[in-house]
Design a protein around this ligand. Structure first.
Ligand code: NDP
Length: 240
């Protein structure tokens, strides 16, 4: 490890796209701060990645925890070059009062969580220039029955990201990644049972992997500083 190695902070690094991104960026020479609630998972991943990987328990809905995480990253890794706002939940189901707790959770994690993490880490990112990678979704550009509030959080992320891009250029690049179905744990958290079973069938045969997405993120970050990739929409080849 050298002090010149860039530092990437990844939220939701305990599984799926976040964990794959941590592995991919560590392989590309980054030191990585792994943020998530499941400390056992991020501790094991940090051990796997070795020196320069830091596990920090943090719920993105808890601003105090994010401030403490940013202080640890500053003290132990020397600052932040890349922030990957990846933490998210996809609690699909028909629009109904019964699902109201799901709606609040999706807004608080997917949208407000990313916004809060970014404002907390912004000074570190501006210090020398950096990158923000916001993990949106195909659902940030489309909507269909049963995904309204999830889509609202991702459409919200897209609008906020575009504004942020204008404010922070040219020193901080802002990139939106919009995946279609990717084989991860995302569908397992759906609380509406009938919806979960239907969505799970699609996820059980998903062919695009978290590693595929992580590779795209690493490619984006490796572009020369004069070039910003603003948005990448990707789907399994067979997804309508
Ligand atoms: P996973 O369920 O595997 O990962 C979600 C991650 O979010 C976990 O690491 C989880 O960590 C974290 N997370 C959830 N709630 C919180 C919270 N309150 N605070 C901190 N971390 C939290 O799913 P994916 O890897 O698929 O999801 C990652 C992102 O990709 C999400 O934003 C999702 O919307 C997006 N996406 C995924 C697609 C897919 O098909 N898989 C398609 C399009 C977009 P922990 O529980 O340990 O806190």
């Amino acid at each position: 490890m050298t002090a010149t190695q860039p530092v990437a902070v990844i939220t939701g690094a305990s599984s799926g796209i976040g964990a794959a991104t941590a592995r991919s960026l560590a392989a590309a020479g980054y030191r990585v701060a792994l943020l998530a609630r499941r400390l056992d998972r991020i501790t094991a991943l940090a051990a796997e990645l070795g020196e320069g990987a830091l596990a920090v328990e943090a719920d993105v809905t808890d601003r105090d925890a994010l401030v403490a995480a940013a202080e640890r990253v500053q003290a132990e890794l020397g600052g932040t070059d890349v922030l990957v706002n990846n933490a998210g939940v996809m609690l699909l189901g028909p629009f109904s009062a019964e699902q109201r707790n799901d709606y609040r959770q999706m807004v608080e994690v997917n949208l407000l969580g990313a916004i809060t993490t970014t404002e907390v880490f912004l000074d570190q990112l501006k210090d020398g220039g950096g990158d923000i990678i916001n993990i949106s979704s195909v659902a940030g550009r489309t909507a269909r029955a049963g995904n309204g509030v999830y889509a609202a959080t991702k459409w919200g992320m897209n609008g906020w990201s575009e504004s942020l891009r204008h404010e922070l250029l040219p020193d901080v690049r802002v990139t939106l990644i919009e995946p279609g179905i990717v084989a991860t744990e995302l569908s397992t958290h759906i609380t509406h049972e009938e919806t979960r079973q239907g969505v799970q069938q699609a996820y059980d045969v998903a062919e695009v992997t978290a590693d595929d997405v992580a590779e795209i993120i690493a490619f984006t970050l490796a572009r020369p500083r004069r070039l910003a990739i603003n948005e990448i929409l990707l789907r399994p080849a067979g997804q309508a």
